[in-house]
Design a protein. Structure first.
Length: 412
């Protein structure tokens, strides 16, 4: 499996202005100078630019590139396949510019596009959804076996502006100061459609509990922050922190590490899957349906943290087939918490590929396109895992993961 790539962003502390270096997945920022904690929020998708050396006399021309990162799953007769995706492509089609960024975004430090940035920024002509469709179709062509369902999970779309300039009717790369095209024809209209506001609103919220004022805790890539004083979990929205409903399974061992999962209630059409009894039938589980199982509502489960593709699907499938029946305890558990690093919207995209992993008989796979799944309600559930050397395990669900893989997955 290819190693995940890391993007490094240069920025400044919003409190004291000191220089700061962020990774692409960072949300909780602690300044090394003033020690103030801030949480990074934004509207839409992040927009970066690649800084370059001494400016030429010519005006800079910035071409937008989509960068898409995530995990692609697809279902075939031979099983569920997966691939880590990390690609870039022009966000405005032009035969004069390079078609992608190559390794540039991974080897050079980026910056957020500043307000009133100088230069001409070409308008984005392709939507993120269109980019996603193109990536999926390009990666899923040429198979002899039919693809019944595909989904891109945990995708992180962003725009990266790469600098160019035109000198003597030749397009130059502003970073390398080298030509990237032959002499442009007279009819070439480069830069005719520009964006006067290429930046996106970025806000840093003080990481303080809105109830008691204590510091909120979390990892750098946490999407939810914890107040240990109030025992409340918060997520950022509309410039402020809002509490999240949290439940957990109790732990017998106080040294357990609690991993976060989403429990989804969904509206499902095209197949009968409303109860635990329906699940036994749909998955052909080796169980005799008991009285009352028709009254136990069915729900999908998914990790709420980034993890390697095969582990993501295994955790989601196992918990969905298990349908944990133990009584959930309201509130944040009193123990160590693994950070929430996968949003509820990203996790919900995996429900159909989860269904594809256990639906029976195999002939039902061809009907996946006719089945629709719409999430109706989601709840964050912490499940305790017990440490055994380098492994974390939950014996009842027969789930196990290496602790090093959790750290590896932070860059996925």
């Amino acid at each position: 499996m290819p190693s995940p790539t890391r993007i490094i962003i240069e920025h400044q502390c919003p409190q004291c202005g000191a220089p700061a270096t962020l990774e692409e997945t960072d949300r909780l920022f602690t300044c090394t100078f003033c020690r103030v904690k801030s949480f990074l929020t934004h509207k839409g998708f992040f927009r970066y630019l690649i800084p370059h050396g001494p400016k030429s006399e010519e005006e800079n021309l910035y071409l937008p590139y989509w960068r898409l990162k995530g995990i692609l799953f697809w279902s075939m007769h031979s099983g569920i396949k997966h691939k880590i995706v990390d690609v870039s492509r022009q966000a405005v089609a032009s035969s004069y510019f390079p078609v992608s960024l190559g390794l540039r975004s991974q080897t050079l430090k980026l910056r957020f596009v500043p307000p009133q940035a100088k230069g001409r920024f070409l308008k984005i002509a392709m939507t993120a959804d269109r980019m996603k469709d193109l990536v999926e179709s390009s990666l899923l062509t040429g198979f002899s076996d039919a693809v019944f369902e595909q989904t891109l999970i945990g995708e992180t779309p962003s725009i990266i502006y790469s600098p160019f300039y035109i000198r003597s009717r030749v397009l130059h790369d502003a970073i390398l100061n080298r030509p990237v095209s032959d002499e442009l024809p007279e009819e070439a209209k480069i830069g005719s459609g520009t964006d006067p506001n290429p930046d996106v609103e970025i806000r840093f919220i003080p990481a303080l509990c809105p109830r008691c004022g204590w510091d909120l805790e979390g990892e750098r890539d946490s999407l939810a922050l914890h107040c240990r004083n109030c025992r409340v979990l918060y997520q950022a929205g509309d410039g402020s922190f809002k509490p999240i409903r949290v439940t957990h399974l109790p732990a017998d061992d106080q040294s357990s590490l609690f991993l976060p999962f989403y429990q989804f209630e969904a509206d499902i059409s095209g197949i009968t899957l409303r109860s635990f009894a329906d699940l036994v039938t749909t998955a052909n589980l080796p169980k005799v349906i008991r009285k009352g199982w028709e009254d136990l509502p069915f729900s999908f489960w998914s990790p709420a943290f980034k993890i390697r593709p095969e582990s993501f699907l295994r955790f989601a499938r196992t918990l969905t087939l298990s349908q944990p029946q133990a009584e959930l305890v309201n509130g944040v558990p009193n123990g160590r918490l693994h950070p929430v690093t996968l949003s509820v919207s990203e996790a919900s995209e995996g429900m159909k590929i989860n269904l594809a992993s256990f639906i029976k008989p195999p002939s039902m796979l061809s009907r996946l396109k006719e089945i629709t799944i719409r999430p109706r309600k989601a709840m964050l559930v912490y499940i305790p895992f017990f440490e055994n050397g380098t492994d974390l395990s939950h014996p009842h669900f027969q789930l196990r993961i290496n602790k090093h893989l959790l750290r590896y997955a932070k860059s996925l």
